[in-house]
Design a protein around this ligand. Structure first.
Ligand code: PEP
Ligand code: MG
Length: 588
């Protein structure tokens, strides 16, 4: 446990990303790779070092067995398989003998002996192509890390193995972490980094748990076992609150739940303004498990299926069969509505660290998303084949992310045609009229939307990235999160341009960035003439209520006024004044 700063503040301010309030015990996730002390030992110290090693290995065995005991034998078959493989490694006589020899002959301390042996094994594995053996390398890596931690008296971090109900506190979570958070046990989370549109925040909404990100230094103040309140509405974390403060937050949580339940009562009503302008409200999903919830919240289909989650928490790429079965399940479950499946959009803060695809994948402006797919054509074709095959079982549309220029679009279309042709030759059915659309999320795509519109069936505006790239801000950086300004005149002009281009070419245009689910932006999005909005499902009932409470004429007027304004803050004031006065209960 790290020593914490002496003077703990009682309230930390960050960015609330998922509504709701929760209290509970904190669990601090420390993710730094441990650095082990390396030194030579004297001959007399050898027996003691061997004993330390033996104890650390024995402890690792016990830890793995105790984890295995807690895993559900049916649902957790894969996990048990991995744990068994790791237990076998801990029994590997050759491995243990090599480490022991390093201690005895080279006089290395146990940590160093372990690390040296690991390096040697890794070197051997790097020369192998076999995927199965590559997986083994990761198991060895994991086991060695566990033994190292035991030698140094440090705890092992694995979110999926947390057994208690806790609120996670961390510097940040990767999407791989959020995807494996055990349902029901993670009550909420709080992180140092992040913004409203970082993928950690997006996953918090998908999991429907209160979260606050961008707290800058919560990990310095909170330790495992501290009692905290996470207020996702106000973006605050309260550390070790008094009983009076706790009851105030309990009340806030109760009233939030009550209004959410009230809103759900209108889930089956249509999203239509008072003067008859109809908007389709769809859901963004990352995991198949979200489908029942999105339907319960009145979603009229899936406007964005982020398929990158299929590639996370694994060491080998998903096969065509896996893609096919996954997409087929989605389209069948969502019928009669349609599903827009986005092709792989790995990169930026959606970095898949376990699969080594491209070194600079973690850069938001690097070889990522469609750029990666056009380079790794086989990977792209595998996914497209899965999608096309699934299109025979339901209404499926394909969407390409991060298009920057028409050349990329044309290249992707050529590959898609090739895949279709091969399916035809093989007699495998797919929807011959399948629609292809693109995300408009780079400034270059927005400014050339009229050109792009002639070659696709639909647009979906991805404002998370569009704002990131237009304002030159990093999505995960809490220090520039203030520049995430959907009302900025530049952003409003870019969106308007895209909508006009789509209407000019008579293709559909929707918006699937996080702003679609935030009440304050809604009048302007309606005024811009957007007929489809796709968002996290939690927001759908609230958004529907606003749509049903205003007129399209009024929204257009507001948009007209907003387009003459010079700063985002002016537009925000306009909306608050105009709408909040009329509907105080809606925009609260
Ligand atoms: C976007 O960029 O607005 C978007 C919806 O995609 P993602 O958040 O997955 O990048
Ligand atoms: Mg995007």
């Amino acid at each position: 446990m790290r020593p914490k700063q002496q003077e703990k503040p009682s309230v930390l301010k960050g960015i609330g990303v998922c509504s709701g309030v929760i209290e509970g015990k904190a669990y601090l996730v420390e993710r730094q790779k441990i650095s082990a002390p390396n030194h030579y030992i004297k001959k007399a110290q050898v027996p003691q070092e061997l004993e330390r090693l033996e104890r650390a290995i024995e402890l690792a065995r016990e830890q793995l067995k105790s984890v295995r005991k807690k895993v559900d034998p049916q649902e957790g078959r894969d996990i048990i398989y991995i744990l068994n493989a790791q237990l076998m490694i801990l029994k590997d006589e050759m491995l243990i003998r090599s480490i022991t020899e390093r201690i005895e002959k080279e006089r290395l301390n146990a940590e160093w002996a372990l690390e040296r042996e690991l390096k040697k094994i890794e070197g051997l594995f790097d020369t192998l192509e076999d995927k199965y053996l590559q997986e083994k390398k990761n198991d060895i890596d994991y086991v060695v890390e566990r033994v190292l931690r035991n030698l140094m008296g440090k705890q092992q971090e694995s979110i999926s193995q947390i057994q208690d109900e806790v609120i996670l506190v961390a510097h940040d979570f990767s999407p791989a972490d959020t995807a494996q958070m055990p349902k029901g046990r993670i009550l909420g989370f709080a992180t140092d980094t992040g913004s409203k549109i970082s993928h950690t925040a997006i996953m918090a909404r998908a999991l429907a748990i209160p979260a606050v990100v961008g707290l800058e230094n919560i990990t310095e103040y909170v330790n495992t076992g501290d009692f905290i309140v996470v207020d996702g509405l106000a973006g605050e974390v309260i550390i070790n609150p008094t009983s009076g403060i706790r009851s105030k937050y309990k009340e806030k949580e109760r009233s939030y739940r009550f209004s959410a339940e009230e809103l759900l009562k209108s889930k089956d009503l249509s999203a239509e303004t008072m003067d008859g302008f109809r908007v389709k409200l769809k859901a963004n999903i990352g995991l198949i498990e979200e489908i029942p919830s999105i339907l319960d919240h009145g979603a009229e289909g899936i406007g964005l299926y982020r398929t990158e989650f299929l590639y996370l928490n694994r060491k080998v790429l998903p096969s065509e069969e896996e893609h096919f079965h996954n997409y087929r399940e989605v389209v069948e479950k969502i019928a009669p509505h349609s599903t827009t499946i986005r092709t792989l959009d790995l990169g930026g803060d959606k970095y898949a660290s376990e699969i080594e695809l491209a070194e600079e994948l973690n850069s938001s402006s690097g070889l990522r998303a469609i750029r990666l797919c056009l380079k790794e054509v086989e990977l792209f074709k595998t996914q497209l084949r899965g999608m096309l095959r699934a299109s025979a079982y339901g209404r499926l549309k394909i969407m390409l992310p991060m298009i920057s220029e028409i050349k990329e679009l044309r290249q992707a279309k050529e590959i898609l045609e090739e895949v279709k042709e091969s399916l035809r030759t093989e007699g495998i059915p797919f929807d011959e009229k399948i629609q292809l659309g693109i995300m408009i999320e780079t400034p270059s795509a927005s400014l050339t939307a009229d050109i792009l519109a002639r070659e696709v069936d639909f647009f979906s505006i991805g404002t998370n990235d569009l704002i990131q790239y237009s304002m030159a801000i990093d999505r995960v950086n809490e220090h520039v999160a203030y520049l995430y300004e959907p009302f900025h005149p530049a952003i409003l002009r870019l969106i308007k341009r895209v909508v006009n281009a789509a209407k000019g070419s008579k293709i559909k245009v929707g918006l699937c960035g996080e702003m679609a689910g935030e009440e304050i932006y809604l009048p302007i999005l309606l005024g811009l003439g957007l007929e489809e909005l796709s968002m996290n499902y939690i927001s759908i009932p609230r958004v529907k209520k606003i749509i049903r409470s205003i007129t399209y004429r009024e929204a257009r007027n507001l948009m007209e006024k907003a387009s003459t304004m010079k700063a985002a803050s002016e537009v925000e004031n306009l909306i608050w004044k105009d709408i909040k006065l009329q509907f105080p209960e809606v925009l609260s």
